[in-house]
Design a protein around this ligand. Structure first.
Ligand SMILES: Nc1ncnc2c1ncn2[C@@H]1O[C@H](COP(=O)(O)OP(=O)(O)OP(=O)(O)O)[C@@H](O)[C@H]1O
Length: 240
């Protein structure tokens, strides 16, 4: 599914936080939305998921304007928000089944898809454990499994590795890349951590509400005359 942002602008009160942001994501690719804290990444996610109302510009999902309420296209999006949104007292499987029910899946289908995703995330043996018993990395995996239950073609992840240790961060990042390769899933992964981004990725660099670069990591480095993505990120934003 194609997704295109056209000239997005957004303010909280008088404070502009997004300015003339335009981009189009490529189907089946991993895209990194890289920006320091406060760059406007979560605000952009809010607009893409319709948590926030568009103020300026438009977003097109599968060619349809969000302003026209394309419910069908919205159903093809999976989202993992920055804050953990699982019920800690329910089991892993109950969390998945509840979410699947919201998407109108039958119990049988929900169980089948839930177990399939848990197996892919190597968590099937934890299906009957309360989420509270899982470590942070495993909870994030359950959240991603849940976001995939309705088989979206676009997965949005807002800083999904916040609070995880280095090894869990790396594992989660690699897992999502595998999903891209295996399922042809389009991914937008927001982060402020350069180590989660590869030079072969399509990289969108957001700083103070403006998109400063958009291209493969290596093309961006070439354009900026820098050796590494970390150097580019630092040169453009002062972060890194
Ligand atoms: N509800 C709000 N009201 C007023 N200002 C806000 C609100 N939410 C965010 N902001 C401000 O808007 C700017 C962009 O915030 P946003 O959360 O979108 O950035 P971010 O790149 O996701 O950063 P972080 O990684 O810290 O969440 C920041 O200056 C932030 O303080």
């Amino acid at each position: 599914m194609t997704i295109e942002a056209r000239n997005l602008g957004f303010r909280y009160g008088d404070k502009p936080v997004l300015r003339e942001v335009s981009f189009a994501l490529t189907s089946g690719r991993f895209h990194a939305l890289l920006g320091p804290n406060g760059a406007g990444k979560s605000t952009l996610f809010g607009l893409l998921t319709r948590l926030l109302a568009l103020q300026q510009g438009d977003i097109l999902l599968a060619g349809q304007s969000l302003k026209k309420q394309p419910a069908e296209a919205m159903r093809r999006i999976g989202v993992v928000f920055q804050q953990n949104a699982l019920d800690l007292d329910l089991t892993v499987r109950q969390n998945l089944q509840y979410h699947a029910a919201l998407h109108g899946l039958s119990r049988k289908e929900a169980r089948k898809r839930g177990d399939r995703e848990l197996a892919r995330f190597e968590l099937l043996d934890r299906a009957n454990d309360a989420v509270r018993q899982l470590n942070g990395g495993h909870r994030r995996r359950v959240e991603i499994a849940r976001a995939l239950l309705h088989e979206p073609s676009l997965l949005l992840l807002d800083e999904p590795t916040v609070g995880l240790d280095v090894a869990s961060r790396k594992a989660l990042n690699e897992h999502v890349r595998t999903l891209c390769e295996q399922d042809g899933l389009t991914v937008l992964w927001a982060t402020h951590l350069i180590e989660e981004v590869r030079e072969s990725d399509r990289v969108l660099i957001l700083h103070q509400g403006q998109l400063l670069a958009d291209g493969t990591g290596s093309a961006i480095c070439e354009a900026e005359g820098t050796q590494t993505l970390a150097d580019t990120f630092h040169a453009l934003t002062g972060a890194g």
